[in-house]
Ligand binder design. Structure first.
Ligand SMILES: Nc1ncnc2c1ncn2[C@@H]1O[C@H](COP(=O)(O)OP(=O)(O)O)[C@@H](O)[C@H]1O
Ligand SMILES: O=C(O)C1=C[C@@H](OP(=O)(O)O)[C@@H](O)[C@H](O)C1
Ligand SMILES: [Mg+2]
Length: 163
């Protein structure tokens, strides 16, 4: 959360002249409800089922940039679908930057707690090894504006040998 997946995914898609999809936005469009509302009504489990279905579908489509939510990596099915579907970029961000970048909006239900910094630290400890497992490329986003991150992704993608 706050790594810049939604922001950078959109910019990257523009550079690559490809369509952009964001699994959170896709879930919101399909349900007509926002993410916090889905968490309230269906619980995190319900949200995760919807997320898995969207990722399974979109990761099979050719020629698009897909941003997932930060928790998608927790399910092995999602990791497999993403790995099989294309190149995976992990936008690495320090917890300090995550705190800063997520402090302004309230649309992340997991951070609507008394101590969001502790939640982000705990999630990072659990998730970082999984992001690294699934990623073809790891990009550092701290102290780098989105446009610079996009340029680095483009050059790192070019340097990858074809699968
Ligand atoms: N590299 C960056 N440097 C500074 N701010 C950023 C960067 N990437 C994203 N942001 C800002 O952080 C906030 C969260 O970004 P977002 O794209 O929603 O992250 P994610 O989808 O990974 O949760 C947004 O306000 C965005 O403008
Ligand atoms: O990390 C997570 O578990 C989540 C991240 C969110 O997306 P972003 O990573 O785009 O903020 C969104 O999918 C949901 O609030 C859960
Ligand atoms: Mg996002």
């Amino acid at each position: 959360m706050g790594a810049g997946k939604s922001t950078i995914g959109r910019l990257l898609a523009k550079e690559l002249r490809l369509p952009f999809k964001d699994s959170d936005k896709e879930i919101e469009q399909r349900t007509g409800a926002d993410i916090p509302w889905i968490f309230d009504v269906e619980g995190e489990q319900g949200f995760r089922e919807r997320e898995q279905a969207v990722i399974a579908e979109l990761s099979q489509q050719d020629g698009l940039v897909l941003a997932t939510g930060g928790g998608a990596v927790m399910r092995a099915e999602n990791r497999q679908a993403l790995h099989a579907g294309g190149r995976v970029v992990y936008l690495h961000t320090s917890v300090e930057q995550q705190i800063d970048r997520t402090s302004r909006d309230r649309n992340r239900p997991l951070l609507r707690t008394a101590n969001p910094a502790q939640v982000l630290r705990d999630l990072m400890a659990m998730r970082d090894p999984l992001y690294r497992e699934v990623a073809d490329i790891v990009i550092e986003t701290d102290e780098r504006p989105p446009r610079m991150v996009v340029q680095e992704i483009l050059s790192r993608l070019e340097a990858l040998s074809p699968r």
